[in-house]
Design a protein around this ligand. Structure first.
Ligand SMILES: [Zn+2]
Ligand SMILES: [Zn+2]
Length: 77
């Protein structure tokens, strides 16, 4: 089954409404999870600094010094 992931914290849900109705503590633009619109990958890279991690959760939990919108890495699509 397809899963929907939050691009800010890596949380996942089996439905889009389930994802976007949940509270996100890492979204700098709002209080709910924001959909990651890329595909599932074996490695995710930060679009600002290029750091890599094997899961969105791991990537978004790392501090990014080049992200102008927040303090954590943000996945490239
Ligand atoms: Zn989130
Ligand atoms: Zn980064």
């Amino acid at each position: 089954m397809e899963k929907f992931y939050c691009k800010c914290c890596g949380s996942s849900s089996t439905s889009l409404t389930g994802l976007t109705s949940g509270n996100c503590f890492k979204n700098p633009e709002g209080k709910h999870h924001a959909l990651y619109e890329g595909s599932e990958k074996s490695q995710y890279a930060c679009k600002y600094c290029g750091s890599k991690a094997s899961t969105l959760t791991a990537l978004t939990s790392g501090n990014c010094f080049k992200n102008p919108n927040g303090k954590n890495h943000s996945p490239a699509l």
